[in-house]
Design a protein around this ligand. Structure first.
Ligand SMILES: [Zn+2]
Length: 331
């Protein structure tokens, strides 16, 4: 059992006691076989090929002439997996060469049409820390979201199952990028980022457009029941974000909350968490309009032919980048 760090993303800190026994900190086992079924990408989402890679885009954001944005996908790039597959790994992982990652980041930036923007990655640690940009230094700031209303910066978050969220304010032209795993979601990072945009840039939440990119879906995200208690103690509607793992004969759909007397079915050890739904609820609570919330509905674990999934690939996976920025003003 691995107790230091989560095997999703790059978190290396100490796990809370309550989750040590959950599958989140289980030693990665044998990777699951890669998936081959290509997902349907439905409007307003689309894949655009450029510079030998494919970028997932959202039409309402692509229509804004002053903006660049995109979610990276797996293929192309300079990184080579043990299988020989060339991939666009955009995070500095143990198995990859830093030069390959730097090259891949350059390729992704070119594919976005953002060569002249300063890439601003974060040193992510599953927090609710929102960084304001600028300032920018050589070493990435510690945080899990960044926001700016200045032109020339490409804000980026890296994921491989967690939820990447891009926020765009067409009125003030402020933008933000958010990395929301379960800990960030529990710490309300999406709500806090909207709050920072209101405070720092005068954004009205009703104007904001949210693009929620590929992440592990409710279909695949199995977590320990400890998380149910953590979430339901903090969010009134959290019960709706969990689904019991069913064997077909459970008498009570909410067993883990409402324990039956002895002799009845024991409560399950694991449940499934719908992280995109939880973040959607937070964005709505923060004042965003339902019509401005776009979720890709794409599961990273179901579609490792197109994305990276830390869980499915048992840790030997690359990282995706979600990026957003204001173009530099032309003179
Ligand atoms: Zn799935």
């Amino acid at each position: 059992m691995r107790v230091n760090g989560c095997f999703a993303c790059d978190y290396t800190g100490r796990m809370p006691d309550a989750v040590k026994s959950s599958r989140l900190c289980r030693q990665p086992g044998k990777p699951l076989p890669p998936t081959r079924r290509a997902p349907r990408i439905e409007a307003p989402w689309s894949l655009r090929a450029s510079r030998g890679v494919e970028v997932l885009e959202l039409a309402p954001l692509r229509d804004l002439a002053w903006l660049v944005h995109g979610f990276s996908t797996r293929s192309g790039g300079a990184s080579v997996l043990a299988s020989g597959q060339r991939v666009l790994n955009l995070g500095f992982t143990e198995w990859d060469k830093p030069e390959a990652v730097r090259r891949n980041r350059g390729t992704f930036q070119s594919a976005l049409g953002a060569d002249d923007l300063t890439l601003v990655p974060l040193s992510q640690f599953h927090s609710a820390v929102v960084r304001s940009v600028p300032p920018v230094s050589d070493r990435p700031s510690k945080g899990d979201a960044s926001a700016t209303d200045k032109a020339g910066f490409l804000l980026a978050v890296q994921t491989a199952d967690c939820v990447p969220i891009l926020l765009v304010d067409p009125e003030t032209r402020a933008v933000a990028a958010i990395h929301a795993g379960w800990r960030g979601t529990l710490a309300r990072i999406a709500e806090k980022t909207v709050g920072q945009m209101r405070m720092r840039f005068g954004s009205n939440p009703k104007d904001l457009i949210a693009a929620m990119g590929p992440s592990i879906g409710a279909c695949c995200y199995e977590v320990g029941t400890e998380l149910v208690t953590m979430f339901t103690s903090r969010f009134a509607d959290a019960e709706e974000w969990f689904d019991e793992l069913r064997t077909g004969d459970e008498p009570n759909p909410l067993q883990w909350l409402n324990m039956r007397p002895p002799g009845h079915q024991p409560p399950p050890k694991n449940v499934r968490l719908d992280l995109p739904k939880a973040n959607r609820a937070q964005l709505l609570a923060a004042g965003l309009g339902e019509k401005n919330l776009y979720s890709s509905g794409l599961c990273t674990s179901c579609h490792t032919e197109l994305f990276f999934s830390y869980r499915r690939e048992a840790g030997q996976s690359g990282r995706l980048l979600a990026a957003v920025g204001r173009k530099r003003q032309r003179r």
